[in-house]
Design a protein around this ligand. Structure first.
Ligand code: GLA
Ligand code: ZN
Length: 656
């Protein structure tokens, strides 16, 4: 377990470097990330390299035993490059090149940019590859699946389609281009779907464009990773990601990398209602699931955020420490704070780091140094991991397709995943969020919300899991599309009909209108957004609609299939339904439940196979008291405890 900071030596006077490193070391910082935006300092002119300053910085940090993550600075090509090769810039849908002056404007498919990117990478790895202080490499920064419309991207997209389909006639058939006279008679007519809102354009074209842009980003990452590995066989390589506008397929993005790193900015102001409380833990579990392994936080909330928008509130007492420990409880083994000191120049001067512009130690710095001390007492967690009985499946293609074609007012794919996640967290269970392609055999319970775009391999994976005795939950909008994002001509949920033992005779996209359902025990829950009217063949009713013209028609069903069970939830409910349903599912599948957890308290367990360490995090603004079933030893405060009293955002780790 390590705490680090992001540091920008190129933004500070050289006289500060040594002092900063010394203060960091004294505070307990073990990692520093450097140089991910420093290309113009490293290569001030084409082919003229200047590494001396970075040599000095690296020497200083290694003297203080602070490990270094070196950023490959491809997010910001120097302006001379844009001037020399104007076509390396990304192009907007209107055909206009992006305006320079900020960052991230390079087209990842442009060959000139790619060769410069390889060259700067080569220079860096040759110089620092064998330096013991360099512990990892970060490629670029917050890469997206950019919808670039430059001539290179258009040509590559056409080649990609031809490679996939063979010829335009096959493309026309797959896209269903007879609609609106959309048939291509030549590949040159194919355009990226960027000129209009996605929902107006051909859904197959949209989904293939997502696949292509995601693939382009992966190809760039793989290219750079290869350059690094050629020089340094054992290099640890990552790229830092986030939940961005043009989300790439994370599973593919990290396939050739060594670990996932995530930029973690949890909410400073907690959501008012009860609905969103656990959404942040969801993001952390999601990141752990990308490579099904521990991950890093490469940027962590450190102060008021701002610059792109008006400034946020300052982190509340406990949040700097608590949110970093929360990330660790969910599988981060290194947390790097963004950033050591707030910038005094440049556009980002109001996105605060640990230290303010003044460089005078402040409340946040004091809490940060307490965090470093607490983490040094958590070494016991170093060789532990998180094992979960429950998996929630996330499909990047379903997410994209549902975003491109909104189903009904209020319906948001990730929210269905979060609703289940939140419910299981109320019982203190570990939850994995993983790809639908993964091996599910180790899970007692698998939730697959809205599997909208279907690939035969995924369908088979789910059948295999249930046949062998697994318990699966499917929800509304499953089985709707084939892998081309076209509707399947069959009654819903098409490929899953047999598994759920029911068919949908009709659906009602009710949006923000409210109805209610009643479960087998007589409990009533509000539902909205979507109502599937289920007609069981072999399934039993778990809950039925309570009003509307489909009163008494099943809304949630349960079906035994071979050795397993499949539930189907035909509607979208408020959180009390998911809590009650999750509790029943856990009971049915023998997953232990912690009852009566105060609201907002998250519990995760890390284990080394012998000992178990339970992390209790108070993600609320109230002090809470949690009775323990027996006295337990606190790893943070080194004392035995028979109950926990947690202040707002406080974390406690106890040995079970
Ligand atoms: C992102 C970027 C950082 C920085 C922060 C804060 O996470 O990766 O470089 O810009 O946002 O603004
Ligand atoms: Zn491009």
């Amino acid at each position: 377990m390590r705490i680090g900071v992001d540091y920008y030596p190129e933004q500070w006077d050289r006289s500060l470097w040594e002092r900063d490193a010394e203060t960091m070391a004294r505070t307990g910082v073990k990692i520093v990330r450097l140089a991910e935006f420093a290309w113009s300092r490293l290569e001030p002119q084409d082919g003229v390299f200047n590494f001396e300053w970075l040599d000095d910085v690296i020497r200083i940090f290694s003297r203080f035993a602070i490990g270094i993550v070196l950023g490959i600075p491809t997010s910001c090509p120097p302006l001379w490059m844009y001037e020399q090769y104007p076509d390396i810039v990304q192009v907007n849908p209107d055909g206009k090149p992006k305006q320079l002056g900020i960052r991230g404007h390079r087209c990842l498919n442009n060959e000139t940019f790619r060769s410069y990117a390889r060259r700067i990478t080569e220079q860096m790895v040759r110089r620092y590859g064998s330096n013991q202080a360099v512990v990892a490499w970060q490629i670029d920064n917050e890469l997206e699946a950019y919808p670039c419309c430059c001539e290179t991207c258009k040509a590559k997209f056409r080649d990609w389609l031809i490679e996939k389909y063979g010829d335009v006639n096959t493309i026309n058939a797959a896209f269903g281009n007879s609609v609106w006279s959309g048939e291509y008679s030549s590949v040159t007519q194919i355009q990226p779907p960027n000129a209009y809102p996605l929902a107006w354009q051909n859904p197959t074209l949209n989904l293939d464009w997502f696949r292509f842009t995601s693939h382009s980003t992966n190809a760039f990452v793989r290219d750079i990773a290869l350059v690094i590995r050629k020089e340094v066989k054992r290099a640890l390589i990552t790229t830092n990601t986030w939940f961005c506008e043009n989300m790439p397929d994370f599973y593919k993005l990290f396939a050739d990398l060594d670990f996932v790193s995530y930029d973690n900015y949890p909410p400073i102001k907690l959501p008012a209602g009860t609905e969103q409380y656990y959404s942040h833990a969801f993001h952390l579990d999601f990141m752990r699931g990308v490579k099904e392994d521990l991950f890093w936080v490469m940027e962590q909330l450190s102060g008021p955020t701002g610059s792109w928008a008006p400034m946020s509130m300052t982190p509340r007492p406990g949040q700097i420490m608590g949110y970093a420990l929360q990330a660790m409880a969910h599988g981060a083994d290194t947390v790097v704070h963004f950033r050591w000191r707030t910038a005094v120049t440049g556009a980002e001067m109001h996105w605060h780091g640990i230290l303010d512009h003044s460089n005078v130690p402040n409340r946040r710095y004091n809490e940060f140094s307490e965090l470093c001390k607490a983490v040094s007492r958590l070494n016991i967690l170093d060789n532990t991991t998180i094992i979960s009985d429950i998996a929630i499946l996330y499909s990047p293609e379903s997410e994209f397709a549902l975003r491109a074609q909104p189903q009904v007012e209020g319906f948001y794919y990730l929210e269905q995943l979060m609703a289940f996640h939140r419910a299981f967290m109320r019982y203190g269970a570990n939850v994995d969020v993983v790809s639908p392609k993964t091996d599910l055999s180790g899970y007692k319970l698998v939730i697959a919300p809205a599997l909208y775009v279907n690939k035969p391999s995924v369908t088979e994976n789910l059948y295999r899991y249930v046949i062998k005795g697994g318990t699966l939950v499917l929800t509304n909008r499953s089985g709707v599309k084939n892998e081309y994002n076209n509707c399947i001509m069959d009654s819903l949920p098409t490929v899953f009909k047999e598994l759920i033992g029911a068919e949908i005779s009709e659906y009602d996209p009710i949006g923000n209108n409210e109805l209610s359902i009643r479960d087998f025990a007589g409990n009533e829950f509000v539902c909205r957004e979507w109502c599937d009217l289920l007609q069981p063949t072999t399934a039993k009713t778990y809950a039925e609609y309570n009003d509307g013209f489909y009163r008494c028609i099943p809304a949630v069903t349960m079906n035994r299939y071979c050795a397993g069970v499949t539930y189907y939830v035909g509607t979208v409910c408020e959180s009390d339904f998911y809590e009650s349903f999750a509790g029943n599912l856990m009971m049915q599948t023998g997953i232990p439940r912690l009852m009566g957890l105060p609201f907002g308290v998250e519990v995760t367990t890390r284990t080394n196979g012998r000992d178990e360490y339970i992390c209790f995090f108070n993600n609320s603004e109230k002090t809470v008291i949690i009775p323990l079933p027996k006295p337990m030893f606190s790893m943070i405060n080194s004392v035995g405890k028979d109950k926990l009293e947690l202040k707002p955002f406080e974390m406690e780790v106890v040995r079970k």
